[in-house]
Write a protein that binds this ligand. Structure first.
Ligand code: C2E
Ligand code: CA
Ligand code: CA
Length: 511
């Protein structure tokens, strides 16, 4: 059956056999009697069920079973993609047209809507669905997989090569990059995309296309947010295997596979490095470099958060000592501490002991605390610990500022020294006036409270320049450097210092 006709039939069948239409069946019959008398009533009563039955038969031929739909977005589910791809692939020889499968996922979705109300995530998903549908052609099939992940089966086309698929993927990313308006706030999202081209597919089946596109997506995730990856057999071994990750994570912590990578923080005044944030990375022997999003929940589930902090603190301070010895001036290193760490009555002693071991002053360590911890915490131990760390001389950085509703009273109560302005306020700040106003308000408040400011997630030179202009003290983000392994930091510092020496005016603009 030609695919265009099939697609129309599916839609007609879904419309006519859907619950809305069936609910109106008695009214239709009544209407027929009203306008056309008894003969039209009989025709209507006989023909409508016959049509529905015919369409159910075509359903049996064309697809397996009724279309199950996602309650929130109304999209069909995973099965619709594999079935549709199977039909398109079957028809390939007669039509001379081929297909491809794409899988799109909104990055960091769980964090994205948090702090914007209970329904924010649902609203984003519904809006994202509509935008993806608008960016696709009528006959392409889109389904919701799980979370913020969608799959697309491309309606048959003459060409589904690398160039055309990258173009389509970029169009889908652009559709999702427009801000989502939620509760009078703008939320900026990025999406990663993996796809499988017909000439690279591991087998000619819908399931094989979808699996391959999901493998490509996990490869895209390895490359940071907003990446696009095509499936190639070489990336298969790096597919994530959650079950084996869970059992290995404890061992990985002990045998040095989980270590900090470092992301530079730059002073907007001088262009010099003002610190490095330690971010956990797992160098998995088979799956390559994994990011916290891929293993943090396992660490938490296994009760290993405190062990992670010990490992991170030890290696971060060791790195600081090595930079000192190599003659690089890096004022401080920042380590992320979880609420579980901060509730531990021994945390202050542990940190003091590690600093002593490396003969480092407490001021060389910034303790990163999530804004949500201080906005919700009435835990006395946490308050006492943070205060004791401040008294000892450590810097207290308030992470993800703007997502957790910390009151000014709490910022004072917890002795915060610097706020790290969340990426959601930074994205496109050079292009969007509302973003600029929000940033200006945050920066004014910080100045009044005598708090230093750092903007995170600075992705472009334009954002960097705007933040300098608005008076933000420090910046951190991909436009300066992605997080890197310790070994790479030495060469990066060399290059950065050389650039600074060559172009003194660089300070207030770019690195
Ligand atoms: P975070 O503390 O907010 O760290 C910043 C995250 O943003 C990092 O993700 C970093 O790679 C990413 N990032 C940096 N620059 C940019 C940019 O320009 N654009 C975008 N889109 N992203 C950027 P990562 O490394 O995946 O870490 C995610 C989160 O995991 C961290 O968020 C932090 O909350 C947590 N985490 C990382 N390491 C540790 C750790 O050792 N202990 C604890 N408790 N949490 C950690
Ligand atoms: Ca952080
Ligand atoms: Ca952050």
């Amino acid at each position: 059956m030609p695919n265009d006709i099939a697609a129309k039939l599916y839609r007609l069948r879904d419309a006519l056999t859907g619950p809305q239409t069936l609910a109106f069946l008695p009214a239709l019959c009544l209407g027929a009697y009203w306008f056309g008398g008894e003969s039209l009533l009989i025709a209507c009563a006989l023909l409508l069920p016959a049509l529905a039955a015919f369409l159910s038969v075509t359903n049996g031929v064309c697809r397996h079973g009724p279309v199950a739909r996602d309650g929130l977005t109304g999209l069909p589910l995973r099965r619709a993609i594999t079935d549709t791809l199977d039909q398109f692939l079957d028809a390939r020889d007669t039509t001379g047209r081929t297909t491809a499968c794409l899988v799109v996922e909104i990055d960091d979705f769980r964090a994205l809507g948090s702090g914007f109300g209970a329904s924010a995530s649902d609203d984003i998903l519904i809006a994202a669905t509509r935008r993806l549908q608008d960016a696709l052609r009528d006959h392409d099939t889109i389904a919701r997989l799980e979370g913020a992940r969608f799959a697309i089966a491309l309606a048959p086309v003459r060409r589904a090569d690398l160039e055309s698929l990258i173009q389509l993927a970029s169009r889908l990313q652009a559709a999702l990059s427009e801000p989502f308006s939620i509760n009078a706030s703008k939320i900026f999202a990025t999406a990663s995309i993996g796809f499988c081209m017909p000439n690279r597919a591991p087998a000619a089946s819908g399931q094989a296309f979808l699996d391959a596109a999901e493998i490509a997506l996990s490869d895209a995730h390895h490359n940071g947010p907003g990446s696009i990856r095509a499936y190639s057999p070489a990336i298969s071994p790096r597919t994530l295997d959650r079950i084996s990750l869970n059992t290995d994570v404890g061992e990985a912590l002990e045998n040095g596979q989980i270590l900090p990578w470092f992301q530079p923080q730059i002073s907007t005044d001088t262009g010099e490095v003002s610190g490095m944030e330690a971010l956990a990375r797992w160098a998995h022997p088979e799956q390559g470099i994994l990011t916290p999003g891929q293993f943090m929940s396992d660490i938490e589930e296994l009760g290993l958060l405190e062990r992670l902090s010990e490992v991170m603190l030890y290696h971060a301070l060791k790195a600081l000592k090595t930079w000192d010895r190599a003659g690089f001036h890096i004022p401080s290193v920042a380590v992320n501490f979880s609420p579980t760490d901060l509730a531990n009555p021994k945390i202050v002693d542990k940190i003091r002991w590690e600093l002593d071991r490396f003969e480092l002053l407490p001021s060389r360590l910034s303790v990163e605390i999530l804004e949500s911890v201080i906005s919700s915490s009435d835990n006395d131990t946490i308050t006492r610990n943070i205060w004791a760390l401040k008294e000892m001389g450590c810097g207290i950085d308030l992470d993800d500022y703007g997502t957790g509703h910390a009151s000014i009273a709490n910022i004072r109560r917890f002795a915060v020294k610097r706020i790290k302005i969340d990426r959601s306020y930074v994205s496109r700040c050079d292009l969007d006036r509302d973003q600029q106003s929000m940033l200006a308000a945050i920066l004014t408040m910080a100045e009044r409270l005598d708090l230093a400011t750092l903007a995170e997630g600075v992705e472009t030179v334009g954002e960097h320049a705007m933040l300098s202009q608005l008076g933000c003290n420090h910046v951190q983000g991909f436009s300066i450097s992605r997080p890197m392994a310790f070994e790479q930091t030495l060469a990066w510092m060399e290059t950065h210092n050389r650039k600074l020496a060559q172009a003194p005016q660089i300070g207030r603009r770019a690195s």
